[in-house]
Design a protein around this ligand. Sequence first.
Ligand code: ACO
Length: 322
Amino acid sequence: MRAKIIGTGSCLPQKAVTNDDLSTLMETSDEWIKSRTGISARHLVSSETETTLSMAVNAGKSALADAGLLPEDIELIIVATVSSDFITPSTACMVQKELGAVHAAAFDMNAACSGFLFALNTADAYFQAGIYQNALIIGVETLSKIVDWKDRSTCVLFGDGAGAAVLRADSEGIIASLQGSNGAGGHVLMCKNRSSNNPFVATDTRLDYLYMDGQEVFKFAVKKETECIQELLAQTGLAPSDITWYLLHQANQRIINSIARKLKLPLDKFPSNVDHCGNTSAASIPILLDEVHRANTLSEGDLILLSGFGAGLTWGAALLRW
Ligand code: ACO
């Protein structure tokens, strides 16, 4: 049995922040941001009640309602995030409590922007092993709390939000998947945790901000994501044009355009929401999936290829039948 997506949900913070709003806070412009990234606006948390947990719970509830399942039906909850509210308990355990998913085993996963794909592949592996039949997977980020708002080259890129999918073990669903990592490249995109906090170590205990070498990440993203897609196509004997929809990690419209060009495909096979969401890291693919599902863009039987890359470095892809 493989994982079939039977429901989706998402949650964006109420406040939409435009590029013009940002240009009142720092030296930037709508023209600079839009021409380099395709981003016009992003949603950012704007009150203490909007948190990583609250967005994850809302997205999860919405996905459960879409799937027609009750929280008690869920046997596994995986939350992909690098921006949880608590170091412990995990966001997944807190989601379990809030939803009342009393039968679910719950844990978090950190694969940065590839996190949703790692969660999907992990749930699929449990299904293939016959361990679980239902799962809720969530990608959620509040990156606005870890970006440096004085670093205009990174803070303008990111948004907050959550996306979720309910999975059922089925004879159809995921057809093929892959994932990978290269820790040796991790220094191009990182955020350091507190290094120590005991009285015997004289070190700086401040928390760090997200650091990114934008041009290196850009090159890595185009190369690796294209390779992932080509590898999945080779595994399944499909041509690029056989895929109905490519739902890629929404980091930057120029990255998506480059991949479409390399695959010699029209851009209308690549739905995108980066213009109004920015880069929501682990949440970007499930938010996009929920948007296209609710817009009735997807039809039963469509072949959908999900693919993403992230800090770590990490990458992943999954081909599935809708
Ligand atoms: N507004 C105005 N000017 C800016 C801004 C800004 N927000 N940010 C940087 N600049 C300036 C720089 O200071 C620099 O000025 P200088 O030439 O006087 O020194 C100039 O713009 C060019 O800066 P670059 O960094 O060279 O700009 P580049 O064209 O490379 O674009 C960008 C930067 C958009 C970040 C690009 O490298 C990129 O898209 N990289 C990929 C990033 C990405 O998608 N990351 C994913 C995040 S993590 C993940 O999803 C896994």
